[in-house]
Design a protein around this ligand. Structure first.
Ligand code: F0G
Length: 451
């Protein structure tokens, strides 16, 4: 049961199937081109899409918009410091700004950033700093169907090899939970071991802590020795292992905008602060309004409440069980922020070159007004000059991201009904063909058509 009730509502559009078919065609079969007015249930992202609490809105009214030294900054700083224990805390407008500033200071051209899995923007910021991003997910992550509890872990043997390898490792980044790796959690045992190996080589160990509370909750549920701890204690134990953290607060601070860069090393913090001031804003607001800083401080307290986390995990599990009952596979076990549908298996009549994940994402919109994103060969595959897919993605997935406190159980049951209806005749879902695709970030811009 959700531990909150609804006080403010926003109507959601419900279009006819014909209207949705026309909207999808006009969008070039790219869900990123759809407008909010055309979408019934938006599962594109859990980022910045959560519902604010009354307490957050009340705090926003106290927002102090003083240019330097705002009261709101100190409330933000104290909330982040008491959660993480880091000494140097820089506000940023969102997670990717923290990545850009930190990697610019840490990575020299030719060096490596090693991770359990870099999120897209994290990878892009490593590359912008002249480095190369290397993902070392644990071997268990490759089996989508296994119920191994911590498929977000890093491969410790491969990490040790990378740290000893010929190319210098500038930073190790642990993404908790592992968004690019199916939303799977990272165990405390893996974090401890990875931190020890990394520290032994004198390399900074950084958390990408966008979903720190959800990772903590899954540790409490799944990892021996942690079941009697609070989410705050587990999160703190994770931060204690790290030299610093970048975080998008649009996830686990349940706000629409915000992030932080937190560090222990005063020299590194000073270098980052100079770039922060030049590109984001003064060190006491960093691209955020006072009211944002206030809402973050409250959100960071709300997100670690066990009742909230239990209900959030329960929503994901409930949706997962309805989807599996309809005969559709997901990446197991279900995490918390998203479910990943195995589109390759459901649409087995399509080849990777017909982009089954993308085809399913388009069908979910046409059938039910549900928007979500493909994580398969459209996003990760490689084509030759003629547009022929020469290197498909390892999996053809569709991510259903679940915004925080936004949709009720009946909304999610509706999503499951639409998926179940598609699963009654999956062979009727047409494949897709690329019509146009820019070379960079093509999944945001490309156009396709049914074949
Ligand atoms: N790290 C992780 C693990 C993320 O999931 C995201 C964003 C970022 C960093 C970047 O943060 O958006 O505040 O700049 N993930 C969103 C998503 C966009 O839909 O998964 P940001």
């Amino acid at each position: 049961m959700e531990p909150y009730r609804i006080k403010v509502v926003e109507p959601i559009p419900v279009l006819t199937r014909d209207e949705r078919t026309a909207a999808m065609r006009a969008a070039g079969y790219n869900p990123f081109n759809l407008n909010a007015d055309q979408i019934t249930i938006d599962l594109l992202s859990d980022s910045g899409t959560g519902a604010l609490s009354a307490a957050q809105q009340a705090a926003a009214a106290l927002g102090d918009e003083t240019y330097a030294g705002a009261r709101s900054y100190y409330r933000f700083r104290d909330a982040v410091a008491s959660l993480t224990g880091f000494e140097h805390i820089l506000p940023v407008h969102q997670g990717r700004a923290a990545e850009r500033i930190l990697f610019g200071a840490l990575i020299a051209p030719g060096q490596l950033s090693v991770s359990n899995t870099h999120f897209d923007t994290t990878r892009a910021n490593v590359h912008l700093s002249g480095g190369t991003a290397v993902d070392l997910p644990c071997p268990e992550a490759a089996d989508l169907d296994s119920d191994t509890p911590f498929k977000g872990d890093i491969d410790l043997v491969a990490l040790a090899e990378a740290l000893e390898g010929p190319t210098e490792v500038a930073v190790v980044v642990m993404t908790i939970t592992n968004n690019g790796g199916g939303g799977q959690p990272v165990s405390m045992a893996n974090l401890e071991a990875a931190a020890a190996i990394t520290r032994a080589h004198g390399v900074p160990f950084i958390l990408d802590a966008a979903r720190f509370a959800e990772n903590a909750w899954l540790v409490i549920q799944r990892e021996p020795g942690w079941s009697d701890k609070t989410p705050t204690e587990v999160a703190r134990a994770a931060f204690d292992l790290a030299d610093g953290a970048v975080a998008s607060l649009k996830k686990d601070a349940i706000v629409h905008m915000g992030g932080f860069l937190a560090l222990r090393d005063p020299d590194l913090a000073t270098r980052c602060e100079a770039v922060l001031i030049a590109t984001e804003g003064f060190r006491t607001y960093g691209g955020l309004a006072g009211r944002d800083l206030e809402m973050i401080a409250v959100g960071l307290e709300e997100v670690v409440q066990p009742d909230y986390l239990r209900a959030r995990a329960g929503q994901a599990e409930h949706l997962a069980s309805l989807i599996e009952k309809a005969g559709v596979s997901i990446v197991r076990p279900p995490g918390m922020h998203a479910l990943y549908l195995n589109a390759g298996r459901l649409l087995s009549h399509l080849t990777p070159a017909q982009y089954p994940g993308h085809a399913l994402a388009c069908e979910l919109y046409v059938a039910g007004g549900i928007r979500c994103a493909e994580l398969g060969s459209l996003y990760l595959g490689v084509e030759d000059e003629t547009g022929t897919l020469v290197k498909p993605a390892p999996y053809e997935l569709v991510r259903l991201a679940i915004p925080r406190r936004t949709y009720t159980q009946s909304h999610l049951e509706y999503v499951a009904e639409v998926i179940a209806e598609i699963a009654t005749s999956p062979e009727s879902v047409p494949g897709q063909r690329l019509v146009s695709a820019p070379p960079l970030l093509r999944h945001f811009h490309c156009r396709t058509e049914p074949v």
